[in-house]
Design a protein around this ligand. Structure first.
Ligand SMILES: C[S@@+](CC[C@H](N)C(=O)[O-])C[C@H]1O[C@@H](n2cnc3c(N)ncnc32)[C@H](O)[C@@H]1O
Length: 194
């Protein structure tokens, strides 16, 4: 399967902004999640910059990405409790991949959702993969207005999570990163499948 993200895979881990993003995401995650023998889905895992940090504190991780080349880089890291899946998330891929048949205590999506053409419907699929009281957490660049080329607005994220049926939605802006465009804020949303 060819994917537009394939071309970024080889150099992704050398990107200091991508590394800083994953490090900050991991640090902020401990504020909302109790890492106690939990099973995690890393949705849009890329080369596994966040997966690597989650691996020592998780029971099992399924790392899913639509880019085979991103997954190839992650596979080379040989993380013992990580199984990988190169696929788009869909009803069909959930039905046919046994790695998606057991529910997850935590689903993370670090810098993924704003790139999805179907963010709202993907949330419904992700919610179906959570245990009762399981938690979904996403981080994305914060956009100030709808239709922005980069990121998502607080309003869209809140509304999408509520429409998907999540309870206890919590939105914060836990960190900012410097980029060529100046300082960019990151939105973090956590939501419970209660
Ligand atoms: C900005 S990268 C972030 C990668 C990783 N989460 C990280 O923090 O380093 C976005 C990733 O989302 C993946 N992606 C985009 N759309 C996807 C989809 N529909 N299903 C699965 N992965 C997707 C891309 O292949 C890419 O690896």
């Amino acid at each position: 399967m060819s994917d537009s993200w394939d071309e970024y895979a080889f150099d992704w881990d050398a990107n200091k902004d991508a590394k800083a993003y994953a490090e900050n995401a991991f640090e902020t995650l401990s504020d909302v999640v109790n890492f106690n023998n939990i099973n995690i889905l890393d949705f849009g895992c890329g080369t596994g910059l966040l997966t690597e940090k989650l691996s020592p504190v998780a029971n099992q991780i399924v790392a899913l990405d639509s880019s085979q080349k991103m997954i190839d880089v992650l596979n080379d890291k040989k993380l013992i409790n990580v199984s990988t899946l190169s696929t788009f998330l869909s009803k069909e891929s959930i039905r046919t991949n046994h790695l998606l048949h057991d529910k997850f205590d935590l689903i993370v999506a670090s810098s993924v959702c704003s790139f999805l053409p179907n963010y709202e419907s993907t949330l419904i699929l992700l919610k179906s993969l959570l245990t009762k009281n399981g938690i979904f957490v996403q981080w994305d660049w914060l956009a100030q207005e709808e239709g922005s080329r980069t990121g998502l607005t607080n309003r869209r994220v809140q509304s999408a999570l509520e429409s998907a049926g999540f309870n206890t939605v919590n939105l914060t802006q836990p960190f900012s990163l410097e980029s060529s465009k100046g300082s960019m804020d990151v939105l973090m949303a956590s939501a419970k499948n209660a």
